[in-house]
Design a protein around this ligand. Structure first.
Ligand code: SF4
Length: 410
């Protein structure tokens, strides 16, 4: 059995993710690897940390780029995420973008931004170094809901940032939204969708809130579940269905469970994740997903950990001082062919297009039905999956219970 196209050897492609772990303040629902106290008004200690981190990040990027070049590997996409990458000062922003643009030529180059942290000067730098996609965290058009989430901005401040972005000629913009927030009613969510689609962004991500352990919102819930007024299951389902239907009438196609795009504006970087492409991460806590050969070269995993045919999930250290002085990483998972096939199905089914039966065979040298025939047939019969034009995908009914179905592929 041979893995044909997971690896990015021989002139193929891989995605690049760059992590900026700084935010102005910590949102009440956030469990991402990010630290508060950065951006405009930051004290000397935070400013210095952000400078030292950017220098270390550029060093790591240069070393990754040198390996990519030596091995003829391209990066078609770069995603600078966080945290809030737009809190970086112009000088650090320029240092980072210059490093990226000297190392690779991404076709899609995204920077995540938050309202209240964007300036004309930073956007000019984004333009200068080839950033062609911006992803803005709005979450809700209702200032009360933004307060519940602990966001730093109001809807009006978002509008200011959005107009600035558009006036500077950025024509590929994503807006992030969160539904199922305590206190949010279906009508309130509908109003957010209307206000957002009136602005005509090219892409919308709409996730449901997950109460992550250790966050202030989670603690509030633990203390008094009733005080949070979380939407019930039926309300959540109503919101989910309405979102898909409404966005479709506005010209957005749902191409993944939570992602919607106008024609030609699907996020190439994320599609790489969902189709099992290799990716390399830079910065603290950044994850990489690499073939054996590339894990040896790009992340210095010790020889003898796993073997050819395995894929590696590797994570950079989460300790910022350790990263600055001596970047290290750990191999979190070695995936064998069985795990890879299951993961390919689980990620592939997140996309509304589904899994290509032919692509599966090309990748793994085996028919998808030989491996997952029983589970596929079970859900085809229940009307939760369908097979059409060489693709296996969820039906609308199946999307409602997608988690249960996906678990059966494990
Ligand atoms: S802006 Fe994003 S990364 Fe930063 S605290 Fe809020 S949710 Fe977390």
């Amino acid at each position: 059995m041979i893995i044909v196209s997971h690896t990015a050897d021989n002139g193929a492609n891989m995605e690049l993710y760059v992590h900026i772990p700084f935010c102005v303040r910590k949102c009440d629902y956030c469990d991402f690897l990010s630290f508060p106290g950065f951006g405009c008004g930051a004290d000397e200690k935070h400013r210095s940390l952000s400078c030292r981190y950017t220098d270390a990040l550029c060093r790591e990027l240069k070393s990754i780029f040198s390996e990519l070049k030596d091995n003829g590997i391209k990066c078609d996409t770069c995603f600078i995420g966080g945290g809030t990458p737009s809190v970086l000062e112009p000088e650090e922003t320029e240092k980072l973008l210059k490093t990226v643009s000297e190392g690779i030529s991404p076709v899609e180059f995204t920077v995540e931004c938050n309202p209240g942290t964007l300036t004309k000067e930073k956007l000019e730098l984004y333009k200068k170094y080839g950033v062609n996609r911006l992803s803005i965290g709005l979450q809700s058009a209702d200032n009360g809901i933004l307060k519940v989430l602990g966001r730093i901005h109001t809807f009006e401040q978002f509008l200011e940032s959005y107009r600035l972005v558009r006036s500077m000629g950025f024509n590929n913009v994503n807006i992030d939204l969160i539904s199922a927030v305590p206190g949010q009613t279906p009508d309130n969510w509908k109003d957010t969708l209307k206000k957002v689609t009136d602005l005509e962004p090219e892409h919308i991500s709409a996730y449901s809130l997950i109460l992550e352990e250790g966050t202030p919102l989670y603690r509030k819930y633990e203390e008094s579940p009733s005080s949070l007024a979380l939407p019930g299951e039926d309300e959540e389902r109503e919101i989910y269905h309405y979102t898909g239907e409404y966005l479709e009438t506005k010209g957005y196609n749902r191409y993944e469970i939570s992602n919607y795009a106008k024609k030609g504006f699907e996020c190439r970087h994320n599609k790489g994740y969902w189709t099992g492409e290799e990716y390399v991460g830079a910065g603290i806590g950044a994850a990489s997903y690499l073939s054996y050969k590339n894990a040896l070269k790009l992340k210095n995993i010790p020889a003898g950990t796993g073997s050819e045919g395995n894929m590696f999930r590797i994570k950079n250290t989460e300790n910022i001082e350790e990263y600055i002085s001596h970047p290290s990483c750990v191999t979190e998972e070695v995936l064998d062919i069985e795990a890879l096939m299951a993961e390919y199905c689980i990620l592939g089914l997140r996309m509304t297009k589904g899994i290509s039966v032919t692509a599966f065979k090309e990748k793994y040298g085996t028919d998808i039905r030989d491996r997952f025939g029983t589970v596929i047939d079970k859900y085809l019969q229940l009307g939760l999956l369908e097979q059409q034009d060489g693709y296996i995908r969820f039906t609308d009914k199946g999307l409602d219970v997608s988690n249960t179905v996906l678990c059966d592929f494990l």
